[in-house]
Design a protein around this ligand. Structure first.
Ligand code: EPU
Length: 421
């Protein structure tokens, strides 16, 4: 397994290009199953989760090919209908093939995703939405089996205890594109990745309105065709790089970062004392490293994203005063906290909250990542700490960040990957 060796770095300088959004690419790749024709997706990041989705689609009979930074996906004529445990257990987003398979082939068998390191991640809302469209759902040997002769549009209430669900909205929206009649999803997730999926479905011939708002309306059509689409920029990668610049100090430009997707992050960094400005399709972040504590509460978009909570917590460990972090999406998503404490951070857990008291400095240590965003937080902490830090568990980082260490190094961070053979 690879490790990352991190040395104290900063100030950062220069510019980097943000990649396409992993969380938009995954459901859009699954949506290609809704047509018989080839679709071409541009800006798909080369990350492990994307490779896992490509494996799932190949297992379902599709041809998936990278051509010059684009991914061409052509569903096979003899499309399979099973997404196996070996792949679903690697990545929960595999569940987004359920809606397309059901809508296109009238049946789907997808292994039930198990527990997850960031806490309970049920799929009841996915199943509730598909049942409302007329699917009959059964469980067999740990697999979900969904069947429907025809799906029929209806109004679906899709909120759970933690609000709307991103991938459940996507799954139901994909299934509804080929249903008879009109479907209304309310409250729908408003995340930019859901809106990007809707834009792709529209490019395929789907009739969708209201995406990006809590009420999405889908009028079913008889068939969808292949389409060409460019994935939106990854707001979580952009946010991670912005937090790096604020925490390590410097003056950097993040090309392609979309200010309209990052309002809560820009506001939080500004409150902490960094200067953020949007210019010429980039976000420029300047910081003298002298930051003050801020409070954040993770919420559905446009609130502060849970996928940047760990990275922001790392920044708070070195910010003056006390910061309060409250997780309203995944109340147990704090696996990075014990590792940050090993580096000298002062963090106290209180249920779904963490109280972070800024300290003078962190000290480098061997640390271990156990999840994707937590691993990014440990990279940032390692670059801010005295001495060197060795990060294990880099395979988690590789699930969702395309060349993160190269991008940080391009801005002057001292970071290197040690490959193990
Ligand atoms: N929930 C339910 N029932 C469901 C589905 C979700 O109760 O059927 C709950 C979840 O347990 C959670 C809340 O609803 O408390 C929101 O979860 P959501 O369904 O929105 O999460 P997701 O769609 O499974 C996507 C991202 C996650 C991101 C969340 C929240 C992808 C592939 N994944 O997951 O990304 O944290 O939305 O924004 O899009 C990551 O990239 O590191 C990551 C975990």
């Amino acid at each position: 397994m690879d490790t990352l060796v991190l040395e104290r770095s900063g100030p950062l300088a220069g510019r980097v290009q943000v990649s396409g959004a992993k969380n938009a690419a995954l459901p859009i790749m699954a949506a290609c199953l809704l047509s018989e024709e080839e679709s071409v997706i541009e800006g798909v990041p080369r990350v492990t989760d994307v490779s896992t989705m490509a494996e799932i689609l190949r297992g379902l009979g599709a041809t998936v090919a990278w051509q010059d930074g684009r991914v061409g996906i052509r569903p096979g004529h003899e499309t399979g209908w099973t997404a196996p445990y070996e792949l679903v257990s690697q990545m929960r987003a595999s569940v987004c093939v359920l809606g397309p398979l059901l809508a296109k082939h009238g049946r789907a068998r997808v292994s039930m995703p198990g527990g997850c390191i960031i806490g309970p991640r049920p799929i009841d809302l996915h199943l509730k939405g598909l049942q409302a469209l007329g699917a009959v759902i059964a469980m067999d040997h740990g697999d979900i089996i969904a069947q429907a002769e025809r799906l029929t549009g209806t109004t679906i209430h899709l909120a759970g205890a933690f609000g709307s669900s991103v991938l459940a909205t996507g799954n139901v929206m994909m299934a509804a594109t080929l249903a008879d009649g009109t479907t209304v999803i309310e409250p729908a997730a408003c995340e930019p990745e859901v809106a990007d999926l809707a834009d792709f479905l529209i490019a395929m011939g789907g009739r969708i309105s209201g995406h990006g708002t809590p009420r999405i309306t889908i009028e079913g059509v008889l068939r969808l065709h292949g389409a060409r689409h460019r994935i939106i920029p990854d707001r979580i990668e952009a946010g991670t790089l912005m937090i790096a610049a604020a925490m390590l100090g410097g003056d950097v430009a993040i090309d392609g970062a979309a200010a309209e997707h990052l309002g809560a992050v820009i506001d939080t960094l500004t409150q902490a004392g960094a200067a953020v400005e949007a210019l010429n399709g980039a976000l420029r972040v300047r910081s003298d490293r002298n930051l003050k504590g801020v409070d954040i509460t993770t919420l559905p978009f446009p609130g502060f994203p849970t996928d940047l909570q760990a990275q922001m917590t790392a920044m708070m460990t070195l910010s003056r005063g006390v910061s309060l972090v409250t997780e309203k999406i995944y109340p147990e998503r704090f696996m990075h906290v014990p590792e940050l404490r090993r580096m000298g951070a002062s963090i106290t857990r209180e249920g779904p909250s963490a109280i972070v008291k800024g300290v003078e400095g962190l000290s480098g240590a061997p640390v271990k990542a156990t999840d994707l965003r937590g691993s990014a937080a440990l990279v940032l902490a390692g670059l801010a700490a005295e001495n060197h830090t060795v990060l294990q568990g880099v395979e988690h980082l590789d699930r969702g960040y395309e060349h993160l260490e190269a991008k940080l190094a391009q801005m002057g961070a001292v970071i290197r990957r040690e490959r193990t053979i």
